[in-house]
Design a protein around this ligand. Sequence first.
Ligand SMILES: Cc1cc2nc3c(=O)[nH]c(=O)nc-3n(C[C@H](O)[C@H](O)[C@H](O)COP(=O)(O)OP(=O)(O)OC[C@H]3O[C@@H](n4cnc5c(N)ncnc54)[C@H](O)[C@@H]3O)c2cc1C
Length: 390
Amino acid sequence: MFAARREAQVDESSFEQVLDAVRRFVRERVMPREDEIETTDAIPDDLRADIAELGLFGYALPAEFGGSGVTMSQDVRLAFEFGYTTPAFRSLFGTNNGIAGQVIAKFGSREQQEAFLPALAAGDMIASFALTESEAGSSPAGLKTSARRDGTDWILSGTKRFITNAPLADLFVVFARSDPDAEAGRGISAFAVDARSEGLTVGPRDHKMGQRGAWTAEVSFSDVRVPADRLIGTEGRGYRSAMTVLARGRLHIAAMCVGTAQRILDESVAHASASKQGGRPIGDYQLVQAMLADSYAELAAGRSLVCTVAAAYDAGTDIAAGPSSAKLYCSEMVSRVADRGVQVHGGLGYMSSTVVERMYRDSRLYRLYEGTSEIQKLIIARELLAPATR
Ligand SMILES: Cc1cc2nc3c(=O)[nH]c(=O)nc-3n(C[C@H](O)[C@H](O)[C@H](O)COP(=O)(O)OP(=O)(O)OC[C@H]3O[C@@H](n4cnc5c(N)ncnc54)[C@H](O)[C@@H]3O)c2cc1C
């Protein structure tokens, strides 16, 4: 679908075709397999092959390295579609296009881009983003994983946790403290680390509340030797790279929330139209209608916010407060919509046979990762107050 492109950006009419193809793929190929993905806790191999064939492993990576280079405004419209099905689908190719791949695309050397991006875009390689540690989640500037020099090489030691796609990863984008004397974020550098490196261990898959089929695990580095040419960007500026890609990721997650909220609302409307109590469809009852109306209005607000923020992101006029606002609002919004979705389904909404039960658990994560809601509020407030404190 995306495969033969070389231009820097996807023009609007081609993008509409791509969007249509993705929508059809989600509805015709992924949705029928949601139960299988949930039960097996895995994306089937044939679906992974189809995802690669469709070009989804590199849709947001630069076209000159085999990706498609969509704009943020296009990215969020794709994410509206991805969010409509199990989040495990997007998670499989999410780190390549997003938090891990973008560090290399935006900050990597030409050699690193040539070495990794075509393989990431083709889906031949999976990359993970390894920032979080046990005492450095909301405050990653305090991370303890160390990078010390040994000749021209670096030696990495430390442990990361909750790393998405770690059990599948061929490459880790790792953030480690290269200067123990520098102030917090200043002394952190980013490294591209081969998953097969001696001393690198991936722990067992985490057992999560939801998002089955999307894998996370702990990753330990025990004196892992990393060649000098695997330092990504400028030494000591890795924290800035992490924050840059996370801001972009937050907007993408906000769009995922919109897609998921749409699915939950569609399921709820269908149920309210079909299920009867007192001889009438429950949708006839005004208190049920109120739940649907509240969800519809909040969903519409979330979608508009995401599109507005994406346009500002593309224009370069808001790359921090906007993405955080969108993630804050949409992740909280989808939780409310999911809660109402369960309520509209009554007891059935508590049964694991229903989509709303699964999405209720799946969507809870959005308020936690890539910065909790509390952290989004701190970022927004920091941006608002910045002019006064300069
Ligand atoms: C399924 C999953 C996938 C993930 N994938 C990745 C990944 O691929 N790569 C990666 O690096 N990380 C990943 N993470 C980590 C994720 O980004 C962190 O879990 C998240 O940022 C929260 O950090 P924490 O878990 O350490 O919680 P904590 O930081 O301990 O937060 C606990 C509570 O304290 C609050 N809190 C903390 N500090 C403050 C403060 N200063 N002010 C106000 N409130 C505060 C938080 O908001 C929260 O309510 C993933 C996590 C999960 C669960």
